[in-house]
Design a protein around this ligand. Structure first.
Ligand SMILES: Cc1cc2nc3c(=O)[nH]c(=O)nc-3n(C[C@H](O)[C@H](O)[C@H](O)COP(=O)(O)O)c2cc1C
Length: 397
């Protein structure tokens, strides 16, 4: 018998945990395993080789990625004892106060979803499912009704300033309040797993990963003028021998991943065309953090793109304290790369991050069928208990 009880993920952690155990008294089990270390192998099982290669893939031999994860083991959390809980103004016991202010906006939690592209290769509902999941726990950066909306820009090469302006105007109209400019991906990293699979999701003749370009009127006009037919016309053939969507996908990809980095002076152009807070993502050194401050932006993300962009790099957690010491009092320092559980979030916050971005773990959840809170299910149905990674036959006792 299945006792299906919706999970109220909007509770404080203690009440949420209790509700899971209460539901367990009636034989209900959560739809997905709570053991976050199992999400990765489960996602691998759930995905095709090329989708798995893309999500898990790293630059070169993966040493930056490995260092990201290892850095979290160098730090330990030391609790203090007999510290009384705080109470609110009405005397109610506060389990914990997770609220914060980032980029001038009040957030319920100091966490947000990292920008992850091409989510439809993990789950056909793609980014919309992630945004709904974020909304269901009051998370940030979600394309949800009243949720915070932060727009991540892959900055087109400067001969396409008209396209950049169009993207920024569209983001503003859609209610995005902060702009995240990713600096580390002017070219896709050398990722052996994708090369083994002959797989680059951005150049396939579909709309996945390129929707922003395909729906942009300025890019569409540029494409038509250059190729003589519309982005979505299938009868046209480009000089590259590609037709329709494939040619358009490659055209767009060349514009956003041009192979040439921007300059610090180019950030002034972005500032001219965006009146809200600007955050530069991909900062890895004190020198660049200072340059970002000088460029007049409001925040940075200390990130190495999860080790996907360059091999032989430093862990972001190891770099974080020095960067916070240099610029943390003057701008918001956000953090990502290697965060896999709540304790990792706490460590990054303790080392000075204002807000922590979660990357691959939520994409793994998406691969496992996530898209918001699931319904509880029968014990044998729990994703993770049906595999070799955890005890089987949990319901047979
Ligand atoms: C599949 C995948 C796609 C990503 N796409 C983007 C992207 O479109 N823009 C961006 O700035 N970062 C992108 N990132 C990087 C993340 O924003 C984040 O920096 C990274 O995932 C952090 O590393 P972690 O997931 O290992 O913790 C992507 C990461 C993954 C795994």
């Amino acid at each position: 018998m299945t006792d299906r009880q919706p999970q109220d993920t909007n509770q404080d952690p203690l009440s949420y945990e209790q509700s899971v155990f209460q539901a367990g008294l009636h034989s209900a089990r959560p739809p997905f395993t709570f053991q976050s270390n199992l999400w990765e192998p489960l996602a691998k099982d759930a995905l095709s080789a090329s989708s798995w290669g893309y999500i898990h893939g790293n630059a070169g031999a993966g040493s930056t990625y490995a260092k990201n994860l290892a850095a979290f083991h160098r730090y330990s959390i030391v609790p203090r004892r007999n510290v009384p809980s705080r109470t609110d103004k009405d005397g109610n016991l506060l389990f914990s106060d997770t609220t914060t202010t980032v980029l001038g906006q009040a957030l319920r939690f100091p966490i947000a979803m990292a920008p992850i592209g091409v989510q439809k290769i993990f789950n056909e509902a793609g980014e919309v499912a992630s945004a709904k999941a974020a909304a269901s726990v009051g998370d940030v950066a979600a394309a949800n009704g009243d949720g915070q909306r932060w727009y991540q820009l892959y900055f087109p090469s400067r001969e396409h300033d008209d396209i950049t302006i169009s993207l920024l105007n569209r983001a503003k109209k859609a209610g995005y309040t902060a702009l995240f400019v990713t600096l580390d991906t002017f070219v896709l990293g050398w990722r052996p797993s994708d090369m083994d699979n002959g797989y680059n999701p951005f150049i396939h003749p579909d709309r996945i990963g390129v929707e922003i370009g395909f729906t942009d009127p300025v890019f569409r006009a540029h494409f038509k003028q250059k190729h003589g037919y519309e982005v979505d016309e299938t009868q046209g053939t480009s000089a590259m021998g590609l037709s329709g969507l494939g040619a358009a996908a490659q055209e767009w990809t060349k514009i956003v991943f041009s192979g040439h980095p921007h300059s610090w002076a180019d950030i002034a152009f972005i500032r001219e065309h965006w009146d809200g807070p600007i955050v530069l993502k991909g900062i890895q050194s004190v020198a660049d953090a200072r340059a970002a401050l000088k460029a007049g932006v409001q925040g940075i993300v200390v990130s190495n793109h999860g080790g996907r962009q360059h091999d032989g790099g430093a862990s972001t957690l190891g770099t974080l304290p020095r960067i916070v010491a240099a610029v943390g009092s003057e701008m918001d320092v956000l953090f990502d790369s290697g965060v896999r559980c709540g304790a990792d979030v706490v460590k990054a916050l303790a080392l000075g991050a204002k807000c922590v971005l979660i990357g691959r773990p939520y994409a793994y959840g998406l691969a496992l069928g996530g898209g918001g809170r699931g319904e509880a299910c029968a014990p044998g149905d729990i994703r993770g208990f049906d595999h070799d990674y955890a005890p089987r036959g949990d319901d047979e006792h």
